[in-house]
Design a protein around this ligand. Structure first.
Ligand code: NAD
Ligand code: MG
Length: 389
């Protein structure tokens, strides 16, 4: 399988390269993209002589790499997009390990070109779930989820997808799971970046601390498996060993258990779900003695419920949710706003959003742009002391 890897310098990107390196008989890396962390380019090209195309965001490094590796085509963000890379590079599968909204257009381009899309970038589905499902229905592209919860659910559904009463996503609770809401007011970005069970990129680690990540994952599950919001639930689980599970009408549960390691779901997606896998059935979560489960408390993590609006009303709510969060997380990481301001900004943008149903891509891009301005304006007001919530 010829693979084009988007986001090669990131957490999922580097682990995808590990999986490719361990299975050279099955995978050939033909191209990749990086952002500003260009140092990995040389080592990837030296190991993978099959690489023909590389995209980098950092234009200042372009001429250096062109001279250094004349047999490889380099393009940079100033003149080309990642969608151009997908069009230029002869791949069968695109692995989308980009973070945030930047992953949407590449996902759409890959599916329009009838590629197999291994998707870590959950924001693609949050923002453009309807567009992506329409492309999957009308074209010959395929989508394989990389997110660990959705990979586990995919396996469970392969064993038995009949009479499912509820699809349950597990959640670690993020860096602040032991703190009450009152204690959240003064936490810092460096506190929030200490995830208890997973090593990940900065944005998703903050998303886990606010739990908007679980909100995104409910939306992702809704679009991937065509499940309504009311049939998707959340269980808090400290160790991240149970990756998610199904509850059937007869009370049986089926889930996937393993040490947390993203290389497992990445591998499963790269093999298009066609390798042997194990799921486990159990009568009750009590039988898993050394693992800890807690009932999910909506009041503690209010952002999670916004998945209900996005999955039931659809339209441009997902775009508003995603962009307001991206702006707020970025400002929080820069120390410009407090941790709880993230959810305040997201709630304000969502409650004032005028939904457009069945949006075109252009309408989604416009909402993304409008919410960017609106949320940035709120951040500036907070910085200037003009907002007292
Ligand atoms: P990361 O920050 O470690 O890496 C992101 C990659 O995207 C980098 O290569 C960066 O250069 C590139 N990038 C960022 N902004 C870009 C832009 N505007 N244009 C082009 N390239 C850009 O992120 P990550 O933790 O690897 O997460 C990637 C995606 O996978 C996210 O959507 C995340 O939610 C999802 N995910 C991650 C994990 C994990 O364990 N890290 C688990 C499940 C899902
Ligand atoms: Mg996940």
């Amino acid at each position: 399988m010829k693979i084009l890897l988007l986001g090669a310098s990131g957490s999922i990107g580097t682990q995808t390269i590990d999986v490719i390196n361990k299975n050279p008989q099955d995978f050939t890396l033909v191209g990749f993209s990086v952002g500003y962390r260009t140092r990995c380019i040389g080592s990837i090209i030296k190991k993978h002589h099959s690489v023909t195309h590389v995209f980098l965001r950092d234009y200042t490094k372009l001429s250096y790499y062109k001279k250094r590796y004349p047999n490889v085509t380099f393009i940079a963000e100033r003149d080309n997009s990642i969608s151009d890379l997908i069009k230029m590079c002869n791949s069968e599968m695109v692995v989308n390990a980009l973070v945030g909204f930047s992953g949407l257009l590449p996902s759409i381009t890959a599916l329009k070109l009838n590629k197999k899309l291994a998707l870590a970038n959950k924001e693609s589905l949050v923002v453009g779930g309807e567009l992506i499902n329409n492309l999957l229905a009308s074209g010959h592209g395929e989508l394989y989820p990389i997110d660990s919860e959705h990979s586990a659910l995919w396996k469970c559904l392969k064993v038995d997808d009949k009479n499912v009463k509820k699809m349950m996503l597990t959640a670690s609770g993020g860096a602040f799971r032991k703190l009450s809401r009152d204690e959240l007011e003064n936490v810092t970005a460096s506190d929030a970046l200490k995830h208890p069970t997973w090593q990940m990129g900065a944005k998703i680690t903050i998303d886990c601390a606010t739990m908007i990540n679980k909100c995104f994952e409910i939306i992702e599950a809704g679009y991937l498996y065509n499940y309504p919001y009311k049939k998707i639930g959340v269980t808090l689980h400290d160790e991240s060993y149970l990756h998610s599970y199904l509850i059937y009408e007869d009370g049986l549960m089926r889930g996937e258990l393993s040490k947390p390691d993203m290389r497992n779901p990445i591998k499963f997606a790269l093999y298009e779900g066609k390798i042997p896998f194990k799921t486990q059935t159990f009568k009750s979560l009590d039988s898993l003695k050394n693992l800890h489960f807690h009932e999910f408390n909506k009041e503690r993590y209010p952002l999670v419920d916004l998945a209900g609006i996005v999955l039931t009303k659809k339209g441009t709510y997902g775009a508003a949710l995603n962009r307001s969060n991206e702006v707020a997380v970025h400002a929080f990481l820069k120390g410009e706003i407090s941790f709880l301001d993230i959810e305040r900004i997201v709630f304000k943008c969502m409650s004032e959003h005028k939904n457009i149903t069945h949006p075109t891509l252009e309408q989604i891009l416009k909402v993304d742009n409008d919410i960017n301005l609106k949320a940035t304006n709120i951040v500036n007001q907070i910085k200037g002391g003009k907002i007292k919530w």
